[in-house]
Design a protein around this ligand. Structure first.
Ligand code: ATP
Ligand code: MG
Length: 257
């Protein structure tokens, strides 16, 4: 069965794209067929997958506007060994163009519907907003992964997102679940990070992934080479953490099946 996971947090710069790219590569190296959907006009997941967003003739924009089918848009991250529905700044226009369209929240779900069955996992990299694109991701997903930094205001941001997820469940996608919260850019030496991490665990219990992603400069360098960190520097702490996350996810997928 295909698992569709939205990687979402309306807060910017928390590690959504880093997680999307490296988890896609990690799951692929665990033997899964993986599709990464870039749903952010910034196109960072596209670039980080080694695909030049400036050279795209078709992108997810065309899919959401029903101008192209997913088969006509999909491309391959050769290094990451996964498929990508790429994005670039055209996608910013989709938001406006879809405003008066029917089923505007369901466009991604409908695009993926006849296409995603060939994959074990579909990861959707969301923009840093709770906008129509993010709603499309939440409408299409089985579960949400919430990457977050263990900072003072992080819990507030997460409760906004959790409320949005509740509303989406009521109105659009009753089956949507919180897959889990992922602690990113973690510094084990920071007392504040440890405190916030403890609060998270007491609030969300087993909804917090066991794997913690440390702050690691190799993770920040890899995208400028268009590579997942597992190819850029397999021995780095960042690569090891995302591989561990992929294994944790794979176990969770199987326990659900
Ligand atoms: P946006 O909201 O703009 O889409 P994002 O949530 O997708 O951002 P990323 O782009 O993944 O966040 O990360 C933000 C910045 O932090 C990037 O420069 C990235 O390379 C860096 N970064 C992410 N995770 C780590 C980490 N674990 N260690 C060090 N740097 C990291
Ligand atoms: Mg991003």
């Amino acid at each position: 069965m295909t698992k569709i996971m939205a990687i979402a947090n309306q807060k910017g710069g928390v590690g959504k794209t880093t997680t999307a790219v490296n988890l896609a590569a990690g799951l692929a190296s665990e033997g899964l067929q993986v599709l990464l959907v870039d749903l952010d006009p910034q196109g960072n997941a596209t670039m980080g997958s080694g695909i030049d967003k400036r050279g795209l003739t078709v992108s997810i924009y065309h899919g959401l506007l029903r101008l192209r089918r997913a088969e006509e848009i999909v491309c391959r991250s050769e290094q990451g060994k996964y498929d990508v529905l790429p994005a670039n700044r055209d996608l910013a226009g989709a938001e406006i163009e879809l405003v008066d369209e029917a089923e505007r929240e369901l466009r991604l779900k409908q695009l993926l519907n006849p296409f995603s069955f060939q994959y074990d996992a579909v990861l959707i990299d969301c923009p840093p907003a709770l906008n129509l694109l993010a709603i499309n991701a939440l409408a299409a997903a089985d579960e949400v992964m919430i990457p977050m930094q263990c900072e003072y205001y992080a819990l507030e941001g997460v409760s906004d997102l959790v409320n949005t997820i509740r509303r989406i469940r009521m109105h659009i996608n009753p089956a949507l679940e919180i897959g889990g919260l992922l602690r990113t850019m973690y510094s084990a030496t920071s007392t504040l990070a440890q405190q916030v991490s403890e609060q998270l665990k007491s609030h969300f219990a087993d909804k917090v992934y066991d794997t913690v992603i440390p702050r690691n400069v190799r993770l920040a360098e890899a995208p400028s080479h268009g590579l997942p960190v597992s190819v850029y520097d397999a021995a780095s702490k960042g690569a090891q953490a995302y591989q561990a996350l992929a294994r944790e996810m794979k176990t969770r997928f199987h326990s659900v099946k």
